[in-house]
Design a protein around this ligand. Structure first.
Ligand SMILES: [Zn+2]
Length: 208
């Protein structure tokens, strides 16, 4: 498929308006990049993607193909219709923040997904006065039977992608996570670009 792709630069965030029924393909260009993902309802900045409602409605602590992201008003926002690597995406851990990097020992200011969320919205002329929990696409957080969580490199390869369908008019906000201290963006600890393409149709699903 010939796609009109846009880039979310490594360690940065970007917002994308979507109409209900459109599809977004998020391509893990280098295979090792976590993408913190949010949705904000068009016309109501107080209704955002909600990981607690998402886990409750899906009855699962992971996010996988076929599941929907629910809003803080329990409405479907995004449904995952394709996942080339068929992995489990993290819903549990918070988006990284300036405070997190201070606690990891960074003496200098460090870019963060939290700041990227607000920066991306600001570039779209929007502001949300809080930071919702993020859907952490491609983030590999195994959970043991005793509830312990780990943080390991993504199980995806270069070019792996997911496709999400907007279930309402919304603003999608993506952050190519700047984490370069823990190995969640790969053992090289080097954040990288991701590619994004929004389309009105998705032939693979239309064909079903
Ligand atoms: Zn992050």
């Amino acid at each position: 498929m010939d796609l009109d792709t846009k880039t979310v630069a490594a360690s940065h965030g970007r917002a994308f308006p979507m109409k209900a029924g459109q599809y977004v393909r998020i391509i893990n260009t280098h295979g090792n990049q976590v993408v913190d993902t949010w949705a904000v309802a068009a016309g109501d900045l107080g209704e955002t993607s909600s990981m607690d409602h998402t886990r409750s409605v899906n009855s699962n602590i992971f996010f996988t193909k076929g599941m929907s992201v629910l809003s803080s008003r329990r409405r479907p926002m995004l449904r995952m219709v394709a996942d080339s690597a068929d992995v489990r995406h993290d819903t549990l851990l918070c988006p990284c923040s300036s405070e997190l990097y201070q606690q990891l020992g960074c003496a200098e200011p460090h870019r963060s997904c939290t700041d990227n969320f607000h920066e991306g919205l600001a570039e779209a002329g929007l502001a949300v006065p809080f930071t919702p929990a993020s859907l952490n696409l491609f983030m590999n957080v195994p959970v043991k039977a005793d509830g312990t969580v780990d943080r390991v490199p993504p199980a995806t390869a270069a070019g792996d992608y997911v496709v999400l369908r907007a279930e309402m008019d919304l603003t999608l906000v993506l952050s190519a996570c700047p984490q370069d201290i823990t190995p969640i963006n790969g053992d090289a600890r080097t954040p990288s670009d991701v590619a994004v393409a929004i389309t009105d149709s998705y032939p693979e699903e239309d064909a079903r």
